[in-house]
Ligand binder design. Sequence first.
Ligand code: URA
Length: 230
Amino acid sequence: MNEVLHAVKDFLISESALHGPLVPLEPPKTFAQKIMDLVDDAHPVCEMKSLDDLQRYVQTSILTPIDQDRTLPVFGDGNPQATIMLIGEAPGADEDKTGSPFVGRAGQLLDKMLAAIDLSRQDIYITNILKSRPPKNRDPNPDEVAAHLPVLYRQLSLIAPEIILCLGRVSGQTILETASPLNQLRGQIHGYHGASLIVTYHPAALLRNSTWKRPTWEDLKLLRELYLSQ
Ligand code: URA
């Protein structure tokens, strides 16, 4: 028996000389863990165990100056069990008044876009990069994005969608951490910490320029294929 043990020991020593020491394999990180790696461990959102807790935190916190000027924060809406999550840019005037995302003209167009691929608000969860309306609907500034992004990351980690649709340049660039223009980001499936991510035009942009409707339709078909292949 001793000889067998010695032989095994010698084998392991020679193997570790070839391939490095034998260490127990760590289980692979989940999507939720990878997303929370993007947030500072000391950030209050790390303590939030549910979407309700997180929503209360957003309602009662001033994270950046525009939070002081909002009528209502717009946290997010839809089905928290959904496998698809949509991420827009920031609330507009209608959303600021109601506290719900995508309820104005852009939201109505979004509902039609979803219906065209047999989806409804019950099939998705929808939120924005910013939870407060920027004055005069200007683009979010980097400080505002940095202040609100941990909330979005916590939403992502709690919902753990398999498919993410970023609506518009600001959303796509922020989530993918890139400065690439939207026409380079759209039309493809990006890997995002184990989830699949598509970027397309923002419905408000489609209301301004209808030539973007065709490429948006291509992106929506891609989303539908992904959804059906799950
Ligand atoms: N535009 C957005 O990006 N989000 C909304 O909630 C409304 C309009």
